[in-house]
Write a protein that binds this ligand. Structure first.
Ligand code: SAM
Ligand code: SF4
Length: 432
């Protein structure tokens, strides 16, 4: 989401005549787009700011701005805490950046952290940064109305709002016309997407939006993230089944496998509900990959709760997970209501067990693919060798295969036979 926001910011500044550089030492304006989700993310930002300080000391005209969730959370406190910051801008205020930069150029500190009920940057065509020319993110909504007790997002990104479907479709079509072959529709809770198209007198739900994007071209792959287990509908699963180019992959964060902890987290589903969702996905889209987010050591978590998390991971057979220790965030419901009482070393040990289990599950899942053929969308050279291509299957698994004499290009679809695998990668050979 931050990556996608940075592309919107680049577009706003591009119109004002600013260009991007890869080398921050030569920049006149450095903007750091920040994350507040865990304390570690914020520490990383502070560390990066001290790196910038060294450059700024030798280059007094240089302006430094902080964007995103950490800017929203700390507001003008940021200016006091981090003396070198000139500009602080929250996620809904990027349109005011040119004015804020002008203000900062006169030596004043510039702040805009107003949250909005309707800003979606719908009309802004993002400048693609660091693009491979094949895959792109498209933001379809902003904010979040769920109040998961551990999460800072509803406070830093404001109320949920859906972006105009017409502008989403235009952005996806333009991407396709420019050679892109995969779009990932982004939102904190994509299944609650809801837009009324007054011109066509039509209600566009997420499943309808998915189908509309899928119909742009059968050669355009469509992905989406993130689905909340309580909101993903059979309609979405049926749309996936109906359109081959809607990728067989769902990121379905479980957070915990214990119903008691899920209740404290305010996730509004139980362990049984979650398992039934996994069953439903497997029933309607049998070849679907599933991944998850898992938090270790939430407030009051016992060994038994932790065992339930390991059990639900095994049950779901995740292909991949993002795994974290619980990090208490100021202002969240959990911080106000519950003690962060699981000792750090226990959190860490539980996380290690979760990571080790996921590694085994990933390897098992990849081993099942050895001997099978997959359609792979080539994204570019493999990281290790320019002699190999890297691409992905519809299930979002990374595939590496030798280029040999074949005349493929980035953005081509290729049938690949899987010969071997590691825990993170399928290794194959193209079939022709
Ligand atoms: N909206 C998405 C959802 O509900 O799954 C993702 C939200 S968040 C940006 C990504 C992940 O960060 C969450 O799914 C959760 O696992 C993790 N996370 C959020 N707050 C956290 C916290 N306080 N401590 C540890 N992990 C956290
Ligand atoms: Fe945070 Fe929950 Fe919203 Fe995801 S759904 S962004 S975890 S509050």
């Amino acid at each position: 989401m931050n990556f996608s926001d940075s592309e919107i910011v680049a577009s706003i500044l591009d119109k004002e005549g600013y260009g991007a550089t890869r080398n921050y030492a030569e920049a006149d304006l450095v903007l750091l787009n920040t994350c507040s989700i865990r304390e570690k993310a914020e520490q990383t930002v502070r560390k990066r700011l001290t790196e910038f300080k060294k450059i700024k000391d030798g280059k007094p005209g240089m302006l430094i701005g902080v964007l995103g969730c950490m800017a929203e959370r700390l507001k003008s406190k940021f200016l006091e805490e981090e003396q070198l910051v000139d500009i602080v801008v929250g996620p809904d205020a990027y349109r005011s950046l040119p004015v804020l930069v002008e203000e900062a150029e006169t030596g004043q500190k510039a702040v805009n952290v107003l949250l909005s009920r309707d800003e979606t940057y719908a009309d802004i065509s993002p400048v693609r940064l660091d693009s491979n020319g094949v895959t792109a993110f498209v933001s379809i909504m902003r904010g979040c109305n769920n109040m998961c007790s551990f999460c800072v997002v509803p406070f830093t990104r404001g109320r949920e709002r859906s972006r105009d479907a017409v502008s989403i479709l235009k952005e996806c079509s333009d991407l396709f016309d420019n050679g892109f072959r995969e779009v990932t529709l982004l939102g904190q809770n994509v299944d609650s997407y809801y837009f009324i198209d007054e011109v066509k007198d039509e209600i566009v739900t997420f499943s309808k939006l998915l189908e509309k994007v899928a119909l742009i071209s059968p050669l355009l792959r469509v992905r989406f993230s993130t689905s909340h287990p309580k909101d993903i509908t059979d309609d979405v699963l049926r749309s996936m089944r109906k359109h081959k180019n809607i990728c067989r992959y769902i990121h379905l964060p479980v957070q915990s496998g214990s119903t008691r902890i899920l209740q404290l987290m305010n996730r509004t589903y139980t362990r049984e509900w979650y398992k039934a969702k996994v069953d439903r996905i497997r029933e309607i889209v049998p070849d679907c990959g599933i991944s998850s987010d898992v938090i270790a050591g939430f407030c009051t978590e016992t060994e038994e709760d932790h065992e339930h998390t390991l059990e639900i991971m095994r049950y779901s057979g995740y292909d991949m997970s993002y795994m974290f220790v619980y990090s208490e965030r100021p202002g969240t419901l959990a911080q106000r209501r519950y003690a962060d009482d699981v000792p750090p070393e226990i959190k860490k040990r539980r996380l290690t067990e979760i990571v080790e289990l996921q590694n085994r599950l990933s390897l098992e899942s990849n081993r099942k693919d050895v001997g099978k053929d997959f359609e792979v969308l080539i994204e570019g050279d493999s990281k290790r060798s320019s002699q190999d291509w890297m691409g992905r299957t519809t299930q979002n698994k990374v595939v590496v295969f030798p280029k040999r004499e074949s005349n493929y290009h980035k953005g081509d679809y290729v049938m690949v036979k899987i010969k071997d695998c590691t825990q993170a990668t399928l290794l194959g050979e193209s079939k022709d």
